[in-house]
Design a protein around this ligand. Sequence first.
Ligand SMILES: Cc1cc2nc3c(=O)[nH]c(=O)nc-3n(C[C@H](O)[C@H](O)[C@H](O)COP(=O)(O)OP(=O)(O)OC[C@H]3O[C@@H](n4cnc5c(N)ncnc54)[C@H](O)[C@@H]3O)c2cc1C
Length: 396
Amino acid sequence: MTSPLHKADIVIVGAGPAGLCLARNLAETGLSIVLVEKQSEAQLADPDYDGRETALTHSSRRILIELGMWDDLAPDEIFPIKDARVLNGSSDYSLHFDHREAGVDNLGFLVANANIRRVAYKAVAPFETITIRSGRTVVDAGTAADHGWVELDDGSRIEAGLLIAADSRFSPTREMLGLAIDKIDFDRVCIVSKMALERPHDATAYECFRNDETLAILPLHDDHVSAVLTVKTQNSRAMLDADPARFAAEISDQFGHRFGAMKLVSDRFSYPLFATFAKSFHKHRFAVVGDAAVGMNPGTAHGFNLGLLGTDILAQQIKQARASGLDFASRTVLAKYTDAHRRNCLPLYHGTNFLIQLYTNQSAPAKVARHMMLRAANKIVPVRKLIMSTLTDRRA
Ligand SMILES: Cc1cc2nc3c(=O)[nH]c(=O)nc-3n(C[C@H](O)[C@H](O)[C@H](O)COP(=O)(O)OP(=O)(O)OC[C@H]3O[C@@H](n4cnc5c(N)ncnc54)[C@H](O)[C@@H]3O)c2cc1C
């Protein structure tokens, strides 16, 4: 028996935030797009909360507005970050990013990953040119001279002029296509949870580096925060299984009791920490986007921001090729995407990995180096302004 064959212009594997945003960005080109996603349609329409609160830059907000997604977020689903502070160990000294110095009302915005996925799915669903094959897993993939193809777990096959992987940093499709990656295993686990505070957070985000652990406190509604704790893998089970009151006391203690008593008000979610960087973002008739291209360590909150920017770059290249009557999946188009996106990602990828390794290293030279770096960055105004400009979409 022959398997059912579906033909399209573009097939995207993965309807996470990156795959959905790319599909929406291309929706008005008239190209036929198939999105393949292993989650069910009900999960796509109303995703479960997974603990991830995404710090979005002004640039990401602008793209989400253009894609018609931002306005579908309720006001109480967007939490402004006014200021940010970076602390080294138990020292009270902090590197301070002040929204007034950046000349904006907020440095950025926190939105739950689940809510981004919900509004992205809602924005894509009405388009007749976009077919979503939900509840289906890609089990094989490849390319031929004039198309890419995927095989699904129901035996069906989809062929398209361009195959795109948006299926996470572990991207099975990228692996099936033999696209090599650089990978760092930090031997750490990120544990995220929601907590209620006794004292106000003043819409300030904190990143605290302690011993070989890090703790980020991200401001949400009504003096609730998202606590993002990074621990050595061998210690993670104990923190995940700890009695809620003991877990909350530990977080409060790690943070020097700055907010008084803290209370755990959600489940704890865990994410093993890997960083990945694809050696190229394309091959013949194939491209990778989102985490499948660059899987950032969440320590500096760049992952989705970069992924969204990458989908925008690829969509613009495809649109320009179409407008000029050229092949939208040609080597030239895909190479332009790779070049532009690598230029955006490489400094942030290496910078983030360097900082995370420096700030979780217990050697004496590393401790001295980070103490000096924090003070130097605070004193050198252009350094602070440059970091803030990447958050706020302004050039210092
Ligand atoms: C703790 C934590 C905090 C973070 N905080 C921030 C932050 O503050 N700011 C920020 O910008 N980023 C942040 N990130 C990163 C952000 O969550 C990711 O960059 C983003 O979710 C990646 O989106 P994606 O669509 O590329 O991949 P994913 O969200 O991983 O989606 C991939 C999709 O592909 C589907 N899939 C996989 N394999 C298959 C298959 N074989 N067949 C069919 N479907 C498949 C999956 O079901 C999934 O829906 C954080 C990440 C973590 C872990």
